[in-house]
Design a protein around this ligand. Structure first.
Ligand SMILES: NC(=O)c1ccc[n+]([C@@H]2O[C@H](COP(=O)([O-])OP(=O)(O)OC[C@H]3O[C@@H](n4cnc5c(N)ncnc54)[C@H](OP(=O)(O)O)[C@@H]3O)[C@@H](O)[C@H]2O)c1
Length: 334
C-alpha cells in the first residue's frame, strides 16, 4: 500500500462523509490526494480539507482510477454497485454500509478488537454497525477476561445515525412544537421530537428488527465467538449525536464489579466514567465528538448468574463510522 495514499470519500456530503474528512485531517492520516464523491446533486459543492476547498464530483464507475483507499458511506445500494467496481480498479474499499458485513470473504473490523483480520481482505473491508461497535468496545475486553455467553440490551440511538436528513427532522419538529405549529414528518414514521421510537431499521419475521440482530451476527464475527447470543431492543431517541446502550451480560466465569472495572480501565479506546454518587456516568451529550467510548453504571446484574449490567455511550458518527474507518485505513498503511 502506498504510504501517502490517494483517498476517496464516497458520500462525502453526508453525516458520516463529513466526519470522515475531519477525521482524516485530525488524525494526520498521510493523504497524498483526496477525492470527494457524492451524487449529481452535490457536484460543484466545495468541502474543506487541510484549509483547501475540494470540489465534490459525481460518483461514476470510472471514479476509482488511481485511488488507493475508498471510504464508502453512501448507503447499501451504492456500496453493492460501486464497491466491487472500486476493488476491481485496484482500490481497497472500507465500507460503512451493511452490504458486505456478513460476507465470509470480507473482514468486519474494529481495530481495537480484530485488527489482524484486515490482512485477509480481498479488496473490501466492512465497518461494523454503529450500535454494535459502541457496545463491543466495552463488551469485548470483558469477554476476554470472563468469556461472555449472552447479553440482553436496549439501545438509545441518536438521530444522526439515520443521516443528515434526520438531524434536520429533529431540529424542524422541535421548532414546530415550540411555535405551536403542526409537526411534519419526512424521515421517521412518527414524531421523533419529545418521543422515543422502538423501531430502528426494518422488521424481520421474528419480530426483531434488522438493526437488533446485527449485535449477535456482527458480534460473533468480530469477536470470533460463534456462540455469542444477543437479545436487543433498538430505540431511536431525540438525541442529535452519540448512541448509548444499556447492557446486561452473562459470563462463563465469575465476575466482580472491581475486576470488571480493572479490565475496562485498561481497555483501548474506552474511558470508565462511573461515579454515580457524584452523578457521573456516560452521557451522549458529552461523549459526542469524542474518539473514546465511555462506560459506567457498572454493577452486578441481579437477575443473571455471573452477570454484569453496564451503560456504554459512544459517538456513532466516529467510533461507529468515520473514526473506525480511518483506523482501518491506518492498519492498511502500517
Ligand atoms: N450515520 C451514522 O451514524 C452511520 C453509522 C454507521 C454507518 N452508517 C452508514 O453510512 C452510510 C451513509 O450514512 P449517512 O448517515 O452519512 O447518510 P446521509 O447523511 O444521508 O448521506 C448520504 C451520502 O450518500 C450520498 N449519496 C446518496 N445517493 C447517492 C448516489 N446515487 N450516488 C452517490 N452518492 C450518493 C449523498 O450524497 P448527496 O449529498 O449528493 O445526496 C451523501 O453524501 C449508510 O450506509 C449508513 O448506513 C451511518
Amino acid at each position: 500500500m502506498n504510504k501517502s495514499p490517494h483517498v476517496a470519500v464516497v458520500g462525502a456530503t453526508g453525516a458520516v462523509g463529513i466526519e470522515m474528512i475531519k477525521t482524516l485531517e485530525k488524525r494526520n492520516f498521510p493523504v497524498g490526494k483526496l477525492t470527494l464523491l457524492a451524487s449529481a446533486r452535490s457536484v460543484g459543492k466545495k468541502l474543506k480539507f487541510r484549509g483547501t476547498d475540494i470540489s465534490v464530483k459525481e460518483l461514476q464507475p470510472d471514479s476509482f482510477a488511481g485511488i488507493d483507499i475508498a471510504l464508502f458511506s453512501a448507503g447499501g445500494s451504492i456500496s453493492k454497485e460501486f464497491a466491487p467496481i472500486a476493488a476491481k480498479a485496484g482500490c481497497v474499499v472500507i465500507d460503512n454500509s451493511s452490504a458486505f458485513r456478513m460476507d465470509d470473504s470480507v473482514p468486519l473490523v474494529i481495530p481495537e478488537i480484530n485488527a489482524a483480520d484486515v490482512k485477509g481482505h480481498k479488496g473490501i473491508i466492512a465497518n461494523p454497525n454503529c450500535t454494535t461497535a459502541v457496545t463491543l468496545m466495552a463488551l469485548y475486553p470483558l469477554h476476554q477476561a470472563f468469556s461472555v455467553k449472552r447479553i440482553f440490551a436496549s439501545s438509545y440511538q441518536a438521530v444522526s445515525g439515520t443521516g443528515a436528513k434526520a438531524i434536520e427532522e429533529l431540529e424542524r419538529q422541535v421548532d414546530q412544537i415550540v411555535k405551536g405549529q403542526p409537526v411534519t414528518k419526512q424521515v421517521y414514521p412518527h414524531q421523533i421530537a419529545f418521543n422515543v421510537l422502538p423501531h430502528v431499521d426494518s422488521f424481520l419475521p421474528s419480530g426483531y428488527t434488522k438493526e437488533e440482530m446485527k449485535m449477535e451476527n456482527e458480534g460473533r464475527k468480530i469477536m470470533h465467538h460463534p456462540t455469542f447470543r444477543a437479545s436487543v431492543t433498538c430505540v431511536r431517541v431525540p438525541v442529535y449525536r452519540a448512541h448509548s446502550v444499556a447492557v446486561s451480560a452473562e459470563f462463563e466465569k465469575p465476575v466482580s464489579v472491581d475486576a470488571a472495572r480493572e479490565v475496562l480501565r485498561k481497555a483501548p479506546g474506552l474511558d470508565v466514567v462511573d461515579n454515580p454518587e457524584k452523578n457521573e456516568y456516560p452521557l451522549p451529550l458529552y461523549v459526542a465528538e469524542k474518539y473514546h467510548c465511555q462506560v459506567g453504571r457498572i454493577r452486578r446484574d441481579c437477575a443473571l448468574e455471573n452477570g454484569l449490567a453496564f451503560w456504554v455511550s459512544g459517538d456513532q458518527l466516529l467510533k461507529g463510522a468515520a473514526l473506525n474507518a480511518v483506523q482501518i485505513a491506518e492498519e492498511l498503511i502500517k
